[in-house]
Write a protein that binds this ligand. Structure first.
Ligand code: NAD
Ligand code: SER
Length: 327
C-alpha cells in the first residue's frame, strides 16, 4: 500500500486540548473548507465547517463522513485518564466504540487514513520506567490505559486484516496555552502555568518528585502531522509509536517557572491521580518514530516555560486568561 493523498479531513473531538489547535494547523495546511471540525460539544467555527458528532453514534458519524466526502479521520474524541476513572464504562464506550466506528467507516468507505492517538497510559506494572521501550509488557492500571491498548491493537488489526491505513502515537502529557486539558493525570503541568500567572500560588495534585514524559503543543502538532504524512510503506509500526520529548519532575517544572515568576509558591497535596502517575513511565524510548518517520522534537523545559508564560501573561493583561473556559 502506498500513501494516497489526504484531501478532506474530519477531526473528532475538535474542541479538546489537542483537537482545537490541531484543527487550526490542519486548516492552514489543507484549507479551512477541507477540514471539518466535530465534537460532542457544540462550537462555533467561523473559519470552517463544524458538525456536532457523538462518535459512539455510528449512523451520525457515517452521515457526516459521507456528506463532506471525508477521506481522513483524525480521531481526537476521548475520555482521559482521571475522568475515565470516575466513569470507566463511558471511557470504554467513547474510546473503544468510537474508534471502532472510525475504523469500520474507513474499511467500508475505503478512506485514505485514520489517525488515533494512544498514550503513555498503555504502560503499567512490569515495564521498565526509564527509557521505556517501544515493545514491552502493557499492563495498564486504568480503564483509560486499557482502552488505549485496545485502540492500538484495533488499529494494527485493521491494517493487517483489511489494509486500512491506521496510525497512532503514544503521546506523553501535553502542555499547551490555548485550550485547557480535559481531565487527565498530567493536567497539573498545564494548570501550574495558569496559576503562576493568575495568583502566584499552586497546589499540585502529584508529589514534588513525580517525573513524567511531557511535550509542548507545537511538537505534538508537528509529530501528529508528520506521522499523517509519512509514507505508509516506510512504517513498520502503525498504531503505537512511542513519542518522546522531555521528562521532568513536578518540582523541576515549578523551579523552571519560579525562575521567571519570583515568589511563585507551590505546595504538594497528592490525590487519587498520584497512583495513576506512579504507574506511568518517567521517560520514553522513541527510536522507532525517529527511524521510521524522522521524529524530532524541538522544545525543552525552559524554552516551553518562556513561551507558555509569555502567551499567558499577554492574555492575562487583556483580561482573558481563561478565554471563557472554566478555570
Ligand atoms: P480532551 O479531553 O481535551 O478532548 C477530547 C474531546 O472529545 C472533548 O472536546 C470532548 O468534548 C470530546 N468528546 C468526548 N466524548 C465524545 C463523544 N462521545 N463524541 C465526540 N466527541 C467527544 O482530550 P485531548 O487532550 O485533546 O486528547 C486528544 C487525544 O489525545 C485523545 O485520544 C487522548 O487520549 C490523547 N492523548 C492526550 C494527551 C494529553 O496530554 N492531552 C496525552 C496522551 C494522549
Ligand atoms: N495526559 C493524558 C492523561 O493524563 C495521558 O494520556 O490522561
Amino acid at each position: 500500500m502506498g500513501t494516497s493523498a489526504i484531501r478532506r479531513i474530519l477531526v473528532t473531538g475538535s474542541e479538546g486540548q489537542i483537537g482545537s489547535e490541531l484543527t487550526g494547523e490542519l486548516r492552514r495546511r489543507y484549507g479551512s473548507e477541507n477540514v471539518v471540525a466535530s465534537d460532542l460539544r457544540i462550537a462555533d467555527h467561523g473559519d470552517g465547517p463544524f458538525e456536532q458528532v457523538d462518535v459512539t453514534d455510528r449512523s451520525r458519524f457515517e452521515e457526516i463522513v459521507r456528506r463532506y466526502e471525508i477521506d481522513t479521520i483524525v480521531h481526537m474524541a476521548a475520555i482521559l485518564s482521571a475522568k475515565g476513572e470516575r466513569n470507566p464504562t463511558l471511557a470504554w464506550d467513547v474510546n473503544v466504540t468510537g474508534l471502532l466506528n472510525a475504523l469500520e467507516l474507513a474499511r467500508e468507505l475505503e478512506l485514505t487514513q485514520v489517525l488515533c492517538p494512544s498514550s503513555i497510559a498503555v504502560f503499567g506494572a512490569g515495564c521498565p520506567t526509564e527509557n521505556t521501550p517501544q515493545e514491552t509488557v502493557l499492563k495498564p492500571s486504568t480503564m483509560y490505559g486499557i482502552t488505549k491498548v485496545t485502540g492500538e491493537l484495533l488499529c494494527d488489526y485493521y491494517v493487517s486484516r483489511y489494509g486500512v491505513d491506521a496510525r497512532g502515537l503514544r503521546y506523553p502529557g501535553i502542555i499547551s496555552s490555548e485550550t485547557l486539558p480535559g481531565g487527565g493525570t498530567t493536567d497539573y503541568a498545564v494548570e501550574i502555568y495558569y496559576k503562576a500567572i493568575e495568583n502566584g500560588r499552586y497546589t499540585c495534585f502529584v508529589s514534588e518528585g513525580t517525573r513524567l514524559p511531557m511535550m509542548y503543543m507545537p511538537d505534538c502538532i508537528k509529530g501528529t502531522i508528520d506521522l499523517m504524512q509519512a509514507d505508509f510503506d516506510g512504517l513498520v509500526h502503525h498504531g503505537d509509536f512511542n513519542l518522546g520529548s522531555m521528562s521532568f519532575s513536578a518540582g523541576e517544572l515549578a523551579a523552571s517557572i519560579t525562575k521567571r515568576v519570583p515568589g511563585f509558591e507551590v505546595t504538594y497535596e497528592p490525590d487519587y491521580r498520584q497512583a495513576i502517575a506512579d504507574s506511568w513511565p518517567s521517560s520514553i524510548d522513541d527510536t522507532a518514530a525517529r527511524e521510521e518517520w524522522n521524529w524530532s522534537p524541538s522544545f525543552g523545559l525552559d524554552a516551553m516555560t518562556e513561551d507558555m508564560l509569555a502567551r499567558l501573561r499577554k492574555r492575562h493583561a487583556e483580561g482573558n486568561l481563561y478565554r471563557g473556559q472554566p478555570a
